[in-house]
Design a protein around this ligand. Structure first.
Ligand SMILES: Nc1ncnc2c1ncn2[C@@H]1O[C@H](COP(=O)(O)OP(=O)(O)OP(=O)(O)O)[C@@H](O)[C@H]1O
Length: 352
C-alpha cells in the first residue's frame, strides 16, 4: 500500500515554476531520499508534503486520505496530517530535559500523563537514549541530540516521517556512523520516511529508493544501485558519482552495444538510448571502472599520466586523453608517462 501519493504537483514561487507536474509514490515502510542539484525543488516538495507550503496544483494523499487537492479545494493543515518532522537544527527546547522534549508532542495532544511516561521511556530505550532522559540538550553530543529529535518524531506514532537534512549538523566521522544507525532505526520502526539530503552517499546508504529531482520534475526514481549502475540520462549519470565523461562519436550500433570513436580510439560500450544514437555522443566511465590494461587489449586506449595522489586506501590517478582529463583508482602507485587504460564494455555508458 502507498503511504504517500503525489500526483501532478505544481508550485510557483516568485513567478518561477518550482514543482512542475511532479508525481511520486512512497510505499508503506519505504525510505525515500530526495536528491538533486541546488534549486531543484527538494525543500519545496518536503514543505508541500508537510503542509508548511501550499502547492498550486495537483493532489497529495497520505495513508489514502487526501491532504491537498487543488481541484477539490482540500488543504489539511500540518497538524492534521499525522506527520513526524525532523529538522536539521534538531529544534530541541534547551530548558527541557530529554524526556520533557520527547513528551512535549504528546502533552499537546492531551495524552494522559501515565501513558506519556510509558511511551517516552519506550521510545528513548528503542533509540538508545534510555539512560539520558534527565539530561538537558546542552549536555548531549550532536549525535545524541539528533537521536532526541528522532525520538520526538517517533513518539507521536506518525504515519509518515519527514526529515530535512537530518545528519548535516554532524561532523564527517559521526555522520558515517549516523547514517547506518538512522537506516537501522527507521527500518526497525517500520516507519515510512522521506528525507532531503545534499549528500549522495548518504542518500544511497539510507534510502530504499532515491528520487532525483531536476527543475521540479523527477529525473529518475529507483533503488540506489539502479540509479548508480543504470542511470536513465546523462544528467543522472553525471550527477551521481562524479564520473569521467568524454566527447565521442557513435560509429555503429548492434542492439544495445555501441561502437564509439573517442580521441582516436575505437571503444565498445552500452547505449542507454540506442534509438537516438548517431553522431555526437557522450561516453561515461565511472572512476572505479577505469583500470590499467595491456597494450593492444580489447577496449583499451592510450592515455598520458599527469598526476597521482595518495588517498589512504587507494591511489587516485589523473590521465589525459586528447582534451579530456580522466580519473581512476588503484591500490598501488603508477609510474610511467604513457599508460594503457581499459574499460569493460558493459561499464562504458553511451548517451546521446
Ligand atoms: N519564497 C520564494 N520565492 C521565490 N523563489 C523561491 C522561494 N523559495 C524558494 N524559491 C526558489 O525555488 C527553487 C527551489 O528551491 P528549493 O529550496 O526547493 O530547492 P532545493 O532543491 O531544496 O535547493 P537546495 O539544495 O539549494 O536546498 C530555488 O530556485 C529557489 O530560489
Amino acid at each position: 500500500m502507498s503511504t504517500l501519493a503525489i500526483e501532478n504537483l505544481g508550485k510557483i514561487l516568485g513567478g518561477n515554476t518550482i514543482l512542475d507536474g511532479l508525481n511520486l509514490t512512497v510505499e508503506t515502510g519505504e525510505i525515500v531520499a530526495l536528491l538533486g542539484p541546488s534549486g531543484s525543488g527538494k525543500t519545496t516538495l518536503l514543505r508541500c508534503i508537510s503542509g508548511l507550503e501550499s502547492p498550486d496544483a495537483g493532489r497529495i494523499s497520505i495513508d489514502g486520505r487526501p491532504v491537498y487537492d487543488a481541484a477539490a479545494r482540500v488543504n489539511v493543515p500540518p497538524e492534521g496530517r499525522q506527520l513526524g518532522l525532523v529538522f536539521q537544527s534538531y529544534a530541541l527546547w534547551p530548558h527541557k530535559t530529554v524526556s520533557q522534549n520527547v513528551a512535549f508532542g504528546l502533552e499537546q495532544r492531551r495524552v494522559p500523563r501515565s501513558d506519556i511516561a510509558v511511551r517516552v521511556a519506550k521510545v528513548l530505550d528503542e533509540i538508545g537514549l534510555g539512560a539520558l532522559g534527565e539530561r538537558y540538550p546542552g549536555q548531549l553530543s550532536g549525535g545524541q541530540q539528533q537521536r532526541v529529535s528522532l525520538a520526538r518524531a517517533f513518539v507521536t506514532e506518525p504515519v509518515l516521517l519527514l526529515l530535512d537534512e537530518p545528519l548535516s549538523n554532524l561532523d564527517a566521522k559521526l555522520r558515517e556512523h549516523a547514517r547506518a544507525w538512522l537506516r537501522e532505526a527507521l527500518k526497525a520502526s517500520g516507519k515510512t520516511a522521506i528525507f532531503v539530503t545534499h549528500d549522495q552517499s548518504e542518500a544511497m546508504a539510507i534510502a530504499d529508493r532515491v528520487a532525483i529531482l531536476r527543475g521540479g520534475k523527477l529525473a529518475q526514481y529507483a533503488p540506489p544501485e539502479t540509479v548508480y549502475d543504470h542511470p536513465n540520462s546523462l544528467f543522472v549519470a553525471d550527477f551521481i558519482g562524479n564520473p569521467n565523461i568524454m566527447d565521442a562519436a557513435a560509429v555503429s550500433t548492434e542492439g544495445k552495444r555501441v561502437r564509439v570513436s573517442v580521441n582516436g580510439a575505437t571503444l565498445e560500450g552500452m547505449g542507454v538510448h540506442d534509438a537516438e544514437l548517431g553522431g555526437k555522443v557522450r561516453a561515461v566511465i565511472r572512476q572505479e571502472h577505469l583500470e590499467l590494461g595491456q597494450p593492444g587489449g580489447e577496449n583499451t586506449f592510450p592515455a598520458r599520466h599527469v598526476n597521482s595522489i595518495f588517498l589512504g586506501p587507494v591511489w587516485e590517478h589523473w590521465v589525459e586523453v586528447g582534451s579530456d582529463r580522466l580519473r581512476f583508482h588503484s591500490p598501488q602507485k603508477v609510474t610511467g608517462e604513457m599508460l594503457t587504460m581499459h574499460v569493460p564494455v558493459e561499464k562504458l555508458l553511451v548517451f546521446h
